[in-house]
Design a protein around this ligand. Sequence first.
Ligand SMILES: Nc1ncnc2c1ncn2[C@@H]1O[C@H](COP(=O)(O)OP(=O)(O)OP(=O)(O)O)[C@@H](O)[C@H]1O
Length: 469
Amino acid sequence: MTEETWGQVKNELQKSIGRSNFTNWIEPLVFRDLNSGVATFNVPTSFIGNWVSRNFGDQIRHHLNKAGAPVSRIEFVVPTSAAPAAQAGSKAKGDSMVAQQKPTSERSVAKAASAALRSDDSGLPGAPLDSRFTFDSFVVGKPNELAHAAARRVAEGGPVTFNPLFLYGGVGLGKTHLMHAIAHELQTSRPDLNVVYLSAEQFMYRFVQALREKKMMDFKSLFRAVDVLMVDDVQFIAGKDSTQEEFFHTFNALVDQNKQIIISADRAPGEIKDLEERIKSRLQSGLVVDLHPTDYELRLGILQQKVEQYRKQYPDLVLAPGILEFLAHRISTNVRVLEGALTRLFAFASLVGREITLDLAQDCLADILRASDRKITIEEIQRKVSEHYNIRLSEMIGPKRARTIARPRQVAMYLSKQLTSRSLPEIGRRFGGRDHTTVMHGVKRIEELKGHDHQIAEDLELLRRSLEA
Ligand SMILES: Nc1ncnc2c1ncn2[C@@H]1O[C@H](COP(=O)(O)OP(=O)(O)OP(=O)(O)O)[C@@H](O)[C@H]1O
């Protein structure tokens, strides 16, 4: 990749993210080199690197690939001579921040936070939205239909019926996408509303900054003037006592004014460790919906949609039959990985000017395919089995011995033994600390039943297929 390509990409980025974002976040990046698919940029501070990685990483990669640079990952490096600055937290989506600097001081957190506050034109506390995350580009399938329907309802901007809307699910399953989609929709249909989206991490930075600069009143009034507040990845504030406290007050103030709140996390409120009980119960008081792991059909739908998008720019793209089915089958980790695989495949094919065949896909995605080799977890088994028999997950691992609970529990134990490499004691531990002999007994019982009880045999087959999908 040349300086010129980066120049072109910068022009594209300016169009898609707006001038202010561009000046704050993209202009400070200095292209260093491109090696084995990794594009490296110098950044003045790790805060900027983390922010860019989180908020614009996918877009930068997308435009680089479009401009013909085969980039699968982006790294941001703070040159050692640069002054130490803030660490914006460790979570960088896909792309990474290579920190070559001293640890964070509180002062630098405050500095970083003030950069964050300046990040939008309006002076409001929101973070930038990704223009690609809309309802139109969100593919709906069984695993996410409820979350999608709830998000749609909130996006209508009508009277607040459930508050908060709490969306949870594993990495890369579309929580951020749905939240941005709600924000886009509301910005168009209800421009009068003050809609604010930010991550829990950003909430904390702003809070810390306000404390240090003795501007708590400003902070409070800024957040209390919001009509719709969306906080992404709320698990981040677990264990951070004063941030939790402030979050709780903000939350209550907004709910009291009947303002809509939307929260996301990687797990259900009750399962977030080190989160105060009163916050957990507040978070549970509205509608809690989860995004289930993708199934084969949803993955295929997402891939088809991405190809359609891509075809608009590259009408000559030739895909051999069965490629998308192959990818949907083999890459079941998360949607981000699936998208990354497709982007890499397109970039590679356009670089070498070849049709995308199964061989090419296997070759160019070998590492992703290896890493995605399906690993079924006991938690997934417990969840699927509870759903199948319509019992609660807590009952599955709880003490009840009634047949209606004990049988599904034994089925889940049996499947855990069959489909994972966990030992009997390990399985016992995951089932509410049961002894390995209990697990052994459960597994044997199901083996026996399977031989003559058709219903059980059918249940097992169905569950196995859905777990391996
Ligand atoms: N149903 C879907 N249709 C289309 N794209 C999707 C869908 N689900 C996820 N994606 C895409 O997958 C990528 C990851 O999604 P997103 O960032 O929303 O995940 P997340 O649940 O917020 O993950 P994390 O826990 O890492 O924050 C995005 O590019 C998003 O557009």
